[in-house]
Design a protein around this ligand. Sequence first.
Ligand code: TYD
Length: 218
Amino acid sequence: MGLFITFEGPDGSGKTTQIKLLADYLREMGHDVLLTREPGGTPIGDQIRGVLHDIKNVEMTSVSEFLLYSASRAQLVRQVIKPHLARGGTVVSDRFADSSMAYQGYGRQLDLDTIGSTTQFATDGLTPHLTIYLDLPVDVGIRRKQTAHAAQSGELNRLDRQTIDFHHRVRDGYLKMAQAERHRWMVIDAMQAIDDTQRAIRERLETALPEVRKATIR
Ligand code: TYD
C-alpha cells in the first residue's frame, strides 16, 4: 500500500503552489507521485465539476451538491487513487472527503453523521494517511481570491459566492477536524511566504512519514 496525502484549505490559501512544490520534493525522494484534484481528476469527475461550478446552477440544493461531490469522489477513488496506491505509489490530492465535511457539513450545515457515512460508502473507506491543512484567516482568503480574479488568473465559481459566515463555519470545521484527529492532520500557517510555508510542510512531513510507514506495514 502506498502513501495518500491530501491538501485542504480555503480558496486563496496557495494550495496549488504548495502541492506542486511538495510533489517535486517527494519525487526527489524517490516517490512515484500522482497528483490529482477534487472535484474532478477523472473524465467523469471533470464533467461533474462543470455542473458544480456552473454559476447558472443557482437552484442546486445542498444535498444535490454533496452527492455530486461524492459521485466525483467515488469515481476518483476507484479509477485513479486506489490503483496507484496498490502499485505502491504516492497520491497527492488537492482536496478530498474532508472538503465535503467542511463545506457541505459545517458550511451548509447538512447532518454531519450522514456526510460521514455517505463518504465512507463513496470512498470505500479510504482515508488519507496525512492531511495538510493550509490555514488562513477568512478575510485574507477572500481578498486573495478576489485579487486573483481581478487579475484574470483565478475563476470565481458558484461556491465563491458565499457569505462570510459560511466561510467562518468552514474554517472552524476544519480546525475541529484537525483537533479531533491530530495524528492525521497538520495545520500549517498559510500567512507565511511561499518558501516558509513549504519548509514548514517538509519539516512536519519528515517527522510524520516514518510514523505512517510503521502504521501501514503493521
Ligand atoms: P476550486 O476551483 O477547485 O478551488 P480551490 O483552489 O479552492 O480548490 O473549487 C473547489 C471548490 O469546491 C471550493 O470552493 C471548495 C468546494 N468543495 C466543496 O464545497 N466540497 C467538496 O467536497 C469539494 C471537494 C470542494
